[in-house]
Design a binder for this molecule. Structure first.
Ligand code: ATP
Ligand code: MG
Length: 403
């Protein structure tokens, strides 16, 4: 409230009729201004009292809330909403006194199907919670833009991949062409054929055809859409399982494995089968980079609302000029590498909404880091999931990450 109105209210008993009239006019104007400002917002704002009844809702909220069976000022908000899913969500979060950020719903409105992000905050007045504020943001355009970028990104990577395939098939095709020409010339020039010579040409042609087949199979594997089935997962358990699986082979190569796992990281949604495949690709690369033996370290931690996982080796490292190429399809420095390992790793992590970064120094080693963003709301839901899971599996103390 403006300070002059507060001061006038303090002096109310001493005010004459005209002064009271002016005060009420000022109050009404102040109120009007606030309403105009709130009604001009494109985001919906709903203010609820302590019994979760509506005290105020702006014009945008009137349009955005999937409506209302009766007077919203009489009953708790969830009791007047037609949409059962949103009503259930509001009842849960409001009654549990928990805040929530950007919980998304998609439903039909006067403007077609829209995606709305709901957030709930406490309404704090003089340090006491006097109710709740519900904020509703129309994120349809944002989500459409994200989907467009995703498609553009997929298209760009498909173009690079196609260019890679074209480059890869050029050599075997040229070799097949040359050997067929040689055989044709020999047939034209000689009355009898040198069977052994022909056999060796044909076996080269055969090898090149096999190479072509391999390229096509790898290509299909890399472009096939991934059927990601993400389930709540404990990254530390996944790492431990994997270490158990690979450490004998690594031991034999003189590579010791150490883990530094933060047991407080939250559960996240992953398709374990794919993430294991990505990690195995990185472990294989690390193994190749430490041909003389070394140390492979796997670490997990939480940073900026993301669960992070790093695979660190102290192998030969990657020359600076190759760093920008290693995720490109078919880039390899190995005699028998496909050059698709890291392409696949990148694809898997992106499909999980995560990110991969890399740090490397020649003769010192390489670190690949995965980052999986986890929203507060997801953290809460997955914590509940983890706790339920723990209740079934064990009676001991529960941490976020390790049941
Ligand atoms: N940990 C690492 N240390 C050093 N170089 C690496 C490491 N990881 C990847 N590289 C470099 O990146 C290149 C591309 O890796 P990628 O996994 O995509 O293919 P590849 O390992 O060569 O073949 P494939 O995965 O089919 O066996 C490798 O050939 C290697 O030069
Ligand atoms: Mg590889």
């Amino acid at each position: 409230m403006r300070r002059f109105i507060a001061r006038a209210l303090d002096k109310l008993p001493k005010l004459d009729k005209e002064q009271i009239h002016n005060l009420i006019t000022d109050l009404a104007m102040e109120n009007d201004l606030l309403e105009v400002v709130l009604d001009s917002l494109t985001d919906g704002v709903v203010v609820l009292d302590k019994e979760y009844r509506v005290i105020f809702l702006n014009k945008a909220a009137e349009r955005q809330l999937p409506y209302m069976t009766s007077d919203p000022y009489e009953k708790p908000l969830w009791d007047v909403l037609i949409d059962e899913e949103i009503a259930g969500f509001l009842e849960d979060y409001l009654q549990n006194d928990s805040g929530v950020d950007d919980h998304e719903f998609t439903y039909g409105t006067g403007m077609g199907n829209r995606t709305m992000a709901y957030s709930i905050m406490p309404l704090v007045k003089r340090k006491a919670v006097e109710g709740r504020v519900l904020h509703i943001e129309d994120v349809t355009a944002k989500r459409q833009e994200q989907a467009r970028l995703h498609r553009a990104e997929s298209l760009a990577s498909l173009t690079t991949l196609a260019a890679g395939v074209a480059h890869e098939i050029k050599n075997p095709l040229a070799s097949i062409g040359i050997h067929i020409q040689i055989m044709q010339k020999e047939l034209d020039m000689r009355a009898t054929v040198d069977k052994d010579g022909f056999r060796s040409y044909l076996s080269i042609v055969n090898e090149e055809i096999e190479r072509l087949n391999g390229i096509v199979v790898d290509f299909l594997f890399a472009v096939r859409p991934m059927d990601i089935q993400a389930h709540p997962s404990n990254v530390n358990n996944l790492v431990s399982d994997l270490v158990e699986f690979v450490h004998y082979e690594l031991d034999e190569k003189g590579i010791s494995v150490i883990t530094d796992l933060d047991t407080t990281i939250p559960w996240i949604r992953l398709d374990e089968k794919y993430i294991k495949q990505a990690l195995l690709n990185l472990i294989k690369n690390a193994e190749a980079a430490m041909a003389e033996g070394g140390v492979l370290k796997i670490a997990t931690w939480m940073e900026d609302e993301s669960v992070c996982l790093a695979i660190i080796d102290n192998g030969v490292g990657i020359p600076a000029e190759n760093l920008s190429k290693i995720f490109e399809p078919y880039f390899t420095t190995k005699d028998f590498g496909s050059g698709l390992g890291l392409t696949l790793v990148y694809k898997i992590i992106k499909e999980h909404g995560g990110d991969v970064s890399i740090k490397s120094k020649e003769n010192e080693g390489t670190t690949f880091t995965f980052r999986f963003p986890v929203s507060r709301q997801d953290r809460k839901q997955l914590k509940e999931y983890c706790e339920e899971d723990c209740e079934e599996d064990c009676d001991d103390e529960i941490s976020d990450s390790d049941c």
